[in-house]
Design a protein around this ligand. Structure first.
Ligand SMILES: *[C@@H]1O[C@H](CO)[C@@H](O)[C@H](O)[C@H]1NC(C)=O
Ligand SMILES: *[C@@H]1O[C@H](CO)[C@@H](O)[C@H](O)[C@H]1NC(C)=O
Ligand SMILES: *[C@@H]1O[C@H](CO)[C@@H](O)[C@H](O)[C@H]1NC(C)=O
Ligand SMILES: *[C@@H]1O[C@H](CO)[C@@H](O)[C@H](O)[C@H]1NC(C)=O
Ligand SMILES: *[C@@H]1O[C@H](CO)[C@@H](O)[C@H](O)[C@H]1NC(C)=O
Ligand SMILES: *[C@@H]1O[C@H](CO)[C@@H](O)[C@H](O)[C@H]1NC(C)=O
Length: 936
């Protein structure tokens, strides 16, 4: 028995020796060649050094141990390899570090990875790995870092992971994990970084987590946890970064939070169901840089003690119930003048009362965004507001502010968004507004501004959204305003404006809403209105316009049109009936005459209103109009029936004659045509040979009547619609040319030429991208790019995002909700569809890729730009420029000419800050592998 045991022991030792010798060098080679064989073919060339004639230890990405020459490190990060990961990887038994991040591996994580018992680092982030997280990973008991960020892993977090006692960093964010977190995670007492954000984790957060006293970063954002703010978090005394944005937590916060977590730098708690006061000790956390608790149910006051926080950059408390609508609510603003690093302050939509302190003008000149809207703030904007030279957005709407716009506002040359609507401000709209050439949105509606509309508003050449309705303005609408070609929304309703609607309105190609109702405008509606191809809402009612409706047949995206209460005359254009998006058409109380159509939209009396036009006839009976052909009053029925018979017979006779005539004419024509054909012996035109012909009717049906819903883009030469051709079961793009536009045909032919070229490779199948690749990544953020353009080198670019909206969907941040309440739609320069670090459009569905996309859009630089390499990434490049030098790195085409419909930089910036606060710390993500946890 004893000898038997001895023998076993010897044999075992011998095996160990063998394993470390050259014999198993071969095992590694075989395992790697097997791995290579499963890498998708088109990328296998990257591994060309993996061949029999080249030494294993020199293969690309391979590092061997000094003594035993076994593979200890396999680093294939960022090579964009596709295919699947072979189980043979589990045979690399000396492997210490495995990096397959930022590739396109699909399939699952092989169970066999669990055989790698020497493994310390396992990086597989940014792939498409699905299936379950293998429980066998728990055998890799030396694991320090496990990074599976951004894959498609489903199922639960296996409780077996609780045995990875040495684990320092665990990132499972951006997957599809569900269920409850296992209590066993509480065993991982070395953990410093934990990412579980953007999953579908449920249930209570385990109390056992309280034991993880080394924890520095905890990301739980965007999950469906239940229960109160996890008590375990109060025990994590080393915590510096806590992100629980939109995680489902409720309940109140402990008052001693600031004392228990004294090292916090960033605390993101927006969009939960938290109640009670902001912890009084929070301002004791001297390290605090960012605090966001917007969109919760917080009550109580805002402590002036926030003024003690020298490092505070970002304070977001919007959309709560803070304050008591009384004097003193704004005392904290005085104190915040101490915070010299403050960039963003939002306390909008709370219950703050009292007068706006003049001290706000003494706040940090770093302040970029100040948002106090939706409170009950009185007083006036301080004269010295112009001190805040860094200000990009000043949002004070929906308060009870009085007084004029201070002159010093004219100094805020960086201002992009000024929102003062629904206050009680008075005085004129000063002409210095024209100096604020970066202004993208100006909301002055619903105040008591008087005087003229300043001509030099026209200098604001980046203006997207100009709202000055519901004031006491008089004089004419300056044609200069109509020359701001970027305008998307222009509202001037309910003033006392006179004169005509300037012809220049036709320049506003991107205008979707024009509202000038309730003024004293007169003259004809300009013919050029028909050029405003983006128009959706047109409100001209309650003026004195006369003449007919101009030709607006091309405004097929129109939804709401109100021309009521004018002196308009002429007939109602039939084509209005076919505007498939039309929801509301009010032509009442005018002098329209003739027949009211009965087709399509005119079948629905809820949509159309025409009363008060005494010469209209016909229409559906709900409209209660007189019939169009008054019949001869015949009294004797006998007489009338005889007459009817005669009329019918005569009609039939005439019809037969006509038919004969037409038929003979047609025959003649046919014969002639045939003859021509034979004599000229021409080849059929190339168009007929190579192109399938599709009838207008089919195209119309396929685009749902050129519905705006199907419009995927518009440019100077026409609009592009998405069309579904049921007979071929194909989605195609239909470009409708604006033939009146000089050069449209030429441009179209050029486009056809280039499209022809890309068919074969680049696979910039735009729609495929839109529907297959794009849909998925944006599942979280509801990104629906409505436009894909091709650039000079035939790369597909996404534009026309309606960006603001989608950002909001993404961040769901109250602050940004305020920022974009107007919902800018438009093109933001260009955006390449490569998600991640270049190459393929990925379907990672994660915010990271979106981040890169945005950075790229913003900087105009691709992540693959030669500028970048090593530790210099698009991310670090952008970050280093924030905030002071941001305009230096911004794509000049965003700022200047390339802009079709702009995108206020303020919003972009605030977005960066939003990320900074990190719903998920996406931007850090790129650096994570390099910021390796320290080995103890
Ligand atoms: C093997 O790899 C080396 C190094 O990349 C290369 O020079 C050689 O051509 C390769 N041999 C074969 C047969 O592919
Ligand atoms: C890990 O945690 C679980 C549950 O908290 C516990 O039952 C188990 O004993 C722990 N295992 C180890 C190895 O510490
Ligand atoms: C968490 O902290 C509380 C005191 O706040 C303490 O009673 C409890 O034991 C701690 N839990 C752990 C697991 O350390
Ligand atoms: C502002 O800073 C000054 C000097 O650093 C300090 O004395 C004062 O208490 C601070 N005020 C607040 C409200 O924190
Ligand atoms: C606006 O700009 C003009 C010309 O640059 C300058 O003369 C004027 O002082 C500016 N107004 C304000 C209020 O800054
Ligand atoms: C008429 O239009 C209204 C408003 O668009 C719509 O809700 C309703 O369904 C329509 N009715 C018919 C019969 O189409």
């Amino acid at each position: 028995m004893k000898s038997m045991r001895l023998f076993l022991l010897l044999a075992f030792n011998a095996l160990m020796l063998l394993e470390a010798s050259g014999f198993n060098h071969e095992t590694d080679r075989q395992a790697l060649l097997e791995f290579k064989s499963q890498v998708s073919e088109e990328k296998r060339v990257v591994l060309s050094s993996w061949n029999h004639s080249f030494p294993l230890c020199n293969w690309k990405g391979v590092t061997c141990g000094n003594k035993h020459k076994r593979v200890t490190c396999l680093d294939l990060g960022g090579l964009k390899l596709g295919g699947v990961i072979t189980p043979s990887i589990g045979n690399l038994s000396f492997l210490i570090s495995l990096n397959l991040s930022d590739n396109s591996f699909g399939g699952t994580i092989p169970q066999e990875v669990g055989n790698l018992f020497r493994l310390e680092d396992l990086y597989m982030s940014f792939n498409f790995l699905g299936g379950l997280l293998p429980a066998s990973l728990s055998n890799c008991s030396r694991l320090l870092a496990l990074d599976l960020f951004s894959n498609h892993l489903g199922g639960g977090v296996p409780s077996e992971l609780g045995s990875l006692a040495k684990l320092v960093a665990l990132d499972l964010s951006n997957n599809k994990l569900k269920g409850k977190l296992p209590a066993s995670l509480g065993n991982l007492t070395s953990l410093q970084q934990v990412g579980l954000a953007y999953n579908n984790l449920q249930g209570d957060f385990p109390n056992e987590i309280a034991r993880l006293s080394q924890m520095v970063t905890l990301e739980l954002s965007v999950n469906n946890f239940s229960g109160v703010f996890p008590p375990a978090i109060y025990n994590l005394t080393s915590l510096e970064y806590l992100y629980i944005h939109s995680s489902g937590f409720s309940g109140s916060l402990r008052h001693d939070l600031g004392d228990l977590l004294p090292n916090i730098r960033e605390l993101a708690m927006s969009e939960n169901y938290l109640t009670g006061d902001i912890p009084t000790t929070l301002p004791n956390i001297s390290t605090l840089e960012m605090f966001g608790i917007g969109k919760n149910k917080m009550t109580g006051s805002i402590s002036p003690n926030f003024g003690k926080l020298q490092n505070l950059h970002y304070l977001e408390l919007a959309l709560n119930s803070l304050g008591s609508y009384s004097f003193g609510d704004l005392e904290f603003l005085d104190a915040l003048t101490n915070c010299t690093h403050l960039h963003i302050l939002s306390v909008a939509y709370n219950r703050l009362g009292g007068a706006l302190p003049t001290s706000i003008a003494n706040m940090s000149t770093n302040l970029m965004g100040l948002n106090l809207g939706g409170n009950l703030i009185s007083g006036s904007i301080p004269h010295s507001i112009g001190n805040l030279l860094g200000l990009q957005s000043l949002l004070l709407e929906e308060n009870i502010l009085t007084g004029p716009l201070p002159t010093s506002l004219g100094k805020l040359l960086g201002l992009e968004f000024l929102s003062l609507y629904s206050n009680k401000m008075s005085g004129g709209i000063p002409s210095f507004i024209g100096n604020l050439t970066r202004l993208g949105r100006l909301y002055l509606s619903n105040n008591s501004f008087q005087g003229l509309v300043p001509l030099n508003l026209g200098n604001c050449s980046h203006m997207l959204d100009l709202r000055i309705g519901y004031n006491r303005l008089h004089g004419t609408i300056p044609r200069e305003v109509m020359q701001i070609s970027t305008l998307v929304t222009l509202t001037m309703e309910r003033n006392s404006l006179t004169g005509t609607l300037p012809q220049d309105v036709g320049r506003l190609e991107y205008l979707t809403e024009l509202s000038v109702w309730g003024n004293k405008l007169s003259g004809k509606m300009p013919q050029t209105l028909g050029n405003c191809l983006s128009m959706e809402e047109l409100y001209l009612q309650e003026n004195s316009f006369d003449g007919g409706i101009p030709d607006i047949r091309r405004l097929v995206g129109v939804k709401r049109v109100d021309l009521s209460n004018n002196n308009l005359s002429g007939s109602i254009p039939e084509y209005l009936a076919n505007f498939s998006s039309l929801e509301y058409l009010n032509l009442s109380v005018n002098n329209f005459e003739g027949k009211v159509p009965t087709e399509e939209k005119f079948r629905n009396a809820t949509i159309v209103s025409v009363f008060g036009n005494k010469d209209l006839c016909g229409g559906i009976k709900e409209l209660q109009l007189k019939p169009c052909f008054a019949q001869a009053p015949l009294t004797k029925t006998k007489h009338s029936s005889l007459l009817k018979k005669v009329v019918i017979w005569v009609s039939i006779g005439v019809a037969l004659l006509l038919l004969l005539f037409v038929a003979s004419f047609y025959l003649c024509w046919l014969r002639k045509r045939k003859k021509n054909h034979q004599t000229s012996n021409q080849a059929p035109s190339s168009l007929e040979v190579f192109h399938e012909k599709i009838s207008y009717g089919d195209v119309r049906d396929a685009t749902d009547g050129f519905s705006s819903r199907n419009m995927v883009g518009s440019g100077s030469f026409g609009n592009v619609f998405k069309a579904f051709l049921p007979t071929e079961n194909k989605v195609v793009a239909v470009k409708v040319l604006n033939l009146q536009r000089h050069g449209a045909m030429k441009s179209f032919m050029a486009e056809c030429e280039s499209l022809k070229d890309i068919r074969s490779d680049d696979v910039a199948s735009v729609l495929d991208y839109l529907h297959v690749h794009c849909h998925e990544p944006i599942a979280h953020c509801d990104l629906k790019p409505s436009n894909v353009l091709l650039d000079n080198d035939l790369t597909a670019h996404v534009s026309d995002f309606g960006l603001a909206r989608l950002l909001l969907k993404l961040t769901k941040s109250p602050f940004f909700n305020q920022l974009s309440s107007a919902g800018v739609r438009g093109t933001i320069g260009y955006a390449a569809p490569e998600y991640g670090m270049g190459g393929k459009p990925s379907i990672h569905g994660d915010v990271y890729s979106f981040g890169v996309l945005l950075l790229e859009m913003f900087t105009g630089k691709r992540p693959t730009n030669e500028l970048f390499g090593g530790s210099c990434t698009l991310h670090s490049y952008t970050k280093s420029a924030l905030p002071e030098k941001v305009l230096d790195i911004a794509d000049q085409s965003i700022l200047h000419s390339g802009l079709r419909v702009g995108f206020p930089v303020a919003e972009c910036l605030t977005l960066f800050w939003r990320w900074g606060l990190g719903v998920v710390k996406n931007l850090r993500r790129t650096g994570w592998q390099r910021v390796k946890p320290q080995r103890s």
